[in-house]
Design a protein around this ligand. Sequence first.
Ligand code: ADP
Ligand code: MG
Length: 551
Amino acid sequence: MAKGSIGVTTTNIFPVIKQFLYSDHEIFLRELISNAVDAIQKLKTLANNNAFNGKTDDLKVTVKVDKDAKTLTVSDNGIGMTADEIDKYINQIAFSGAEEFLNKYKDNASAIIGHFGLGFYSAFMVSDKVEIHTLSYKDGAKGVCWTCDGSPEYEMTDCDKKERGTDIILHITDDDKEYLEQSRISTLLHKYCRFMPVPIVFGKKQEWNKEHNKWEDTDNDNVINDVEPLWTKKPADLKDDDYLKFYHALYPGQEDPLFWIHLNVDYPFTLTGILYFPKIKTNLDIRKDRIQLYCNQVFVTDSVEGVVPEFMMLLQGVIDSPDIPLNVSRSYLQADRNVKKISTYITKKVAERLEEISSKDAENFEKKWRDIKIFIEYGMLSDEKFCDRAMKFALLENISGKYYKLDDYKKLIEANQTDKDGNLIYLYATDKEGQYSFIKAATDKGYDVLMMDGELDTPFMSMLEQKNEKSRFVRIDADVLDNLVKKEDAKQPELTDEQKNIASTLFKSQIPALDKCEFYVTYASLNPNDQPVIITQSEYMRRMKEMAKFQ
Ligand code: ADP
Ligand code: MG
């Protein structure tokens, strides 16, 4: 028997681990299961390199709860550890075994998670004693038992473990009794291990027994995970239906997504994933079903602030990258250089994909424009680079439901809709019925009118004006039609300036509400088929009020 002291400091570090390592105690399960998965992946790697010749088709992790003994056990039949290895990888706490292993098998060891740092010791967040029973795959290896009760002292003895692999046995503290509940563990496994690359078994599959009138265990293992989730497969092998099914498995009860993007990079960093554009409701606050972040198929978090740009928070799906550090603190994550690169990359990919759809499948893109517009406008308003790219595929919709790319629309109105100062005038309506008379007056004159009733249309138009110096967006009920350089053939009844003044005074005196705002009577007709009169308001004054809503 060996006794020793864990090689970090002389003081007891476990209380520190308990308090500060992870704010979320539940993460211990993820750590232990990822270690078990690593041990199995390592064995597979050895087999691929002919360094292990045993069976590899029965590799799995098993999780068991024993309520009476108050233990939770995570077992694997991976590489196991020798006493020396326990000494090196467990006792010398700061030494990461994964790192050494990676150096040895650089090429196909990419699936090994080396980011968890103090992973194993997170077990002490919920246990007052932890045991390791392990048998290495190495020829002639002896079983080893290691026990530690949460103080820096440990005991290590030989034991007669017969099967290759490792059992980690946690003696759960009274404070953490919840981790002895089947349902709690089941929920955690679903959250953290749902897509891990090795089968994870939790109990037996159950079947309804009619005679006994209850659920009963079958002989089949209950495997809780999908070892080959969709994002790890080749896009070329997948059909639309696969993407839709995966979406609904991730977000049950939601409508079909509008588009998706399968991400797949290996340089300058490794990243895979699938992002979905959900059907967004009108408010911007629907952020509960968010993008999930994985590291080699291990769930890390679904609060991706700082990892993806703000406007991408409207997307759903999965991002998996071994280059995202699974560090304990969020602020560290946000400051990480890789994370910044990843964020930029995702923005670029999303823009590229949207551009591709808009050119290859314009009809589909137009059909879905009303639904994705809020996302694209939000992106353009908040991300300069995305904005530059989106200039190529963002659409404008006119009141008859026709869609135009920004450049095409410019060409459409260039000849016709300018004011005396040479500004290009984009006319728009926000309410087809309420502004009917103004719209009609404009279309009668041969002008085109845009429909701008989206939540972000007002700041979006201001942004476009800033980008294009000589462009003005003017709402159709503003004092504008009069100021446009008129087309030759437009013969509309107009009032002289003097008549306009008389009419304005008259209207103001009759309708007190009008007195509050700057308004003008710009047009009147005695023809019974025409609008009798048109009253306009300054675009500037009105827009100032609108914009105030967004500040
Ligand atoms: P990391 O996983 O980042 O290396 P951990 O503290 O989680 O850090 O684990 C430390 C080391 O202990 C691992 O690198 C590995 O060598 C060893 N280890 C932990 N759990 C197991 C296991 N189930 N099977 C084999 N080795 C293990
Ligand atoms: Mg680990």
